[in-house]
Design a protein around this ligand. Structure first.
Ligand SMILES: [Fe+2]
Length: 258
């Protein structure tokens, strides 16, 4: 499996602060069956500013250390960008680091609302040659109230231009009932393309995917569940072709309360 969202690098965001914590996260991930991790420190969110060069250097150092330890795990560079008014400026000034330097930029919403004009922002990124991975929309309060927003968003663009990534512990219930219900709804409707850990530490949010893959397999079958953690991450990181058939459905409106 490949984890496409993990705060793995020590001392640069709210993830691990010590090297030993980072290495323990690597051990946990490896035992869970993860063979690749994209290190995605917070960046450009007003709190943490981690530039592409620094992240690449830190990832290279960590990979060298893992190799020296004999650990069969590869770390790829990336970042998690908060959607703010400055994001387009960051695009223009080369401060964004897509996952593994490829096409896809990992973006998160503010937890409470969907940013106005997000469609237009996505269009600007697409025009500049990027694709978007929208991470953990199931944790956003506005999406929890209207999961069909994700359908309307995804179907605005060509297939595989905008990918949706849920967090493994949303599916296993650690992020609360509403996040779990929204994650399941999106998954059943073919509106989830990736599942990742968004791990921050070896203890409170460890990098494990296997339990969530089992849950996902119960909902959408083993083949589809594997695509979320193996084939699609591989395509994102190495520009391989995506699965040929992927038809999203509009979530039913059972969640409406008025
Ligand atoms: Fe994150």
């Amino acid at each position: 499996m490949i984890d496409t969202h993990c705060h793995l690098l020590d001392g640069i965001d709210d993830g691990p602060q010590e090297r030993e914590e980072t290495l323990e996260m690597c051990r946990i991930a490896r035992e869970d069956g993860i063979r690749g991790i994209v290190a995605t420190p917070h960046s450009l969110d007003g709190r943490f500013t981690n530039g592409p060069e620094r992240i690449r250097d830190l990832v290279a150092g960590l990979n060298a250390e893992l190799t020296a330890m004999g650990m069969d795990l590869t770390v790829f560079p990336g970042m998690e960008a908060r959607i703010t008014a400055d994001l387009l400026q960051s695009l223009d000034t080369g401060r964004l680091l897509p996952l593994n330097g490829g096409r896809y930029v990992l973006m998160e919403f503010h937890p409470f609302h969907i940013p106005a004009g997000f469609h237009n922002l996505v269009r600007r990124f697409l025009d500049a040659g990027f694709g978007i991975i929208l991470t953990h929309p199931e944790k956003n309060f506005a999406v929890q109230s209207d999961p069909a927003y994700v359908f309307r968003l995804v179907t605005c663009f060509e297939p595989w231009d905008l990918l949706v990534q849920i967090t493994a512990d949303s599916l296993t219930g650690q992020n609360g009932f509403r996040a779990a219900r929204t994650a399941k709804t999106l998954l059943r409707c073919g509106l989830v393309h990736l599942m990742a850990t968004d791990a921050h530490s070896p203890t409170t949010r460890p990098p494990r995917l296997a339990n969530a893959v089992t849950r996902a397999a119960r909902l959408v079958g083993e083949d589809r569940a594997r695509l979320l953690v193996r084939d699609i991450p591989d395509a994102v990181l190495t520009n391989k072709p995506f699965p040929p058939e992927w038809e999203p459905k509009e979530p039913k409106r059972w969640w409406k309360i008025f």
